[in-house]
Design a protein around this ligand. Structure first.
Ligand code: HEM
Length: 308
């Protein structure tokens, strides 16, 4: 990882809190944002010193409208825009508002809680939290659908290559595009499928996590459509969540990418289909309730924001 980048390349760990915050209207927000930037640096440094084995970190992403309202530098990162919904014949990738996104990770839940609480203490005067999901590692890194999630993620140096902006946008080199969606699953319908039918939805075998051979893998399986080529990868760190009392079982999809175009291509394949109409069968059991794009600045960029 480049030393000044936020922690976008780390491997998945045991506990995560995802938070979306939106600024209130008609308030002066820059002073609080500057305090928040200092807090973000403080929280990450402190966690490294106090709890090195817990791999704790907090990554902040900034949405397009917030970037403008905060009067952050222009021109903007080239692909930073509000996410445009993708409407397929049957399923839609919705777009929802998000000014700031926090991805808090640690092996220890207490650290996640304290980081979220410290952020809330600073932000709540000028912003409201519209989403908070507590994700957890489910067995051997399985999604709540029961399949291992993350196997084909880039490994080693490829994580940096595919998650951080390179020479295409030198001003923002080392930053990342962050795309998130909160999915709610129809687990009742999912459980009515046999294990063999579920495997055809994903394109991998359930127990041993092995990929189906190309002549067996259905064209509408998740991995047939999400795999857009060896040169076009993203770094995912999805986390499952579940609440029995509200019957909300889901996957928080999160991706860091050197270019948003790669994520867009995957979403087009999944929602519109390849060819059109051959949409991703996982969507018959998974509904996105949110969807937003953010830019993750490096710590050097954050320092520059503070001195502006
Ligand atoms: C309903 C939410 C989702 C669930 C439960 C889910 C789950 C999975 C699982 C179980 C795998 C196979 C293991 C692996 O390689 O990680 C996988 C692969 C993958 N998923 Fe998803 N996924 C979801 C949404 C998405 C979305 C929205 C995208 C892209 C925008 C995406 C991109 C990918 C990619 C790129 C792969 C690897 C494909 C390959 O190269 O084999 N996933 N996902």
């Amino acid at each position: 990882m480049k030393p000044d980048s936020q922690n976008v390349t780390d491997y998945t760990n045991s506990n995560t809190i995802f938070m979306v915050w939106n600024f209130k209207d008609n308030l002066e927000i820059r002073e609080v944002f500057n305090m928040l930037c200092k807090l973000l640096i403080n929280l990450n440094n402190s966690a490294n010193v106090r709890f090195p084995v817990s791999r704790a970190s907090c990554v902040m992403g900034i949405g397009h409208d917030a970037w403008l309202r905060l009067q952050l530098p222009v021109p903007l990162p080239k692909e930073l825009a509000n996410f445009v919904p993708i409407a397929g014949g049957k399923h839609t990738a919705v777009s929802t508002k998000g000014d700031l996104h926090f991805h808090i990770r640690a092996d220890n839940t207490s650290i996640c809680y304290d980081m979220a609480s410290a952020i809330s203490d600073v932000l709540s005067a000028v912003a409201v939290s519209t989403e908070e999901i507590h994700g957890f590692r489910y067995w051997d890194s399985r999604s709540i659908l029961g399949f291992v999630d993350g196997t084909e993620n880039p490994q080693g140096p490829d994580r940096e290559l595919f998650s951080m902006i390179g020479d295409d946008d030198v001003v923002y080199k080392g930053g990342s595009y962050l795309f998130v969606q909160k999915y709610i699953h129809n687990l009742t319908g999912w459980k009515e499928l046999s294990a063999e039918q579920q495997e055809k939805v994903i394109g991998r075998y359930k127990a041993n996590d092995i990929e189906m051979a190309d002549d067996i893998k259905p064209a509408n399986s998740h991995i047939a459509l999400a795999n857009v080529g060896d040169e076009l990868k993203i770094v995912r760190d999805n986390m499952p969540f579940g609440n029995m009392s509200t019957n909300q079982m889901g996957t928080y999809f999160i991706a860091y990418a050197s270019t948003f175009g790669t994520v867009q291509k995957m979403l087009n394949n999944m929602f519109i289909g390849l060819p059109v109409g051959n949409y991703d069968r996982i969507l018959d059991f998974s509904t996105p309730k949110t969807g937003s794009l953010y830019f993750v600045p490096t710590f050097n960029m954050i320092d520059d924001f503070l001195s502006d």
